[in-house]
Design a binder for this molecule. Sequence first.
Ligand SMILES: [Zn+2]
Length: 124
Amino acid sequence: MNSIDIILNRLSKSKFRASFKLKEEDFIYIEKVGINKIAKHAYDFINQRLKPKYIKNDGKQTPLKGHPVFIAEHATATCCRGCLFKWHHIKKDKELSELEVRYIVNVIMKWINNQMEIRNKSKK
Ligand SMILES: [Zn+2]
């Protein structure tokens, strides 16, 4: 297992994190805009809402609905700097590096891909 699979496995054992799942409307949206666009949205959200050194509303910057990436952020504990520190050991009170932003996007996209696989299997 690579490091992202290990952390996703650990998150799946948290009752709170595992309670977040994509709904059919999310899958329809992802298929409509395409997975590359979703990754771009994730990259933009992380840059806007998580990258800055100081975030006024940290812990509240990620809505609980409205975009599949928001759901993925709660499921993967990439929703705020507090969760990023607790689960991913990314330090607070500093700007995120490009490498950290890309790592977070990779975690989110892996989780979304896993959700799509589960959904596609259940459809067959
Ligand atoms: Zn959080």
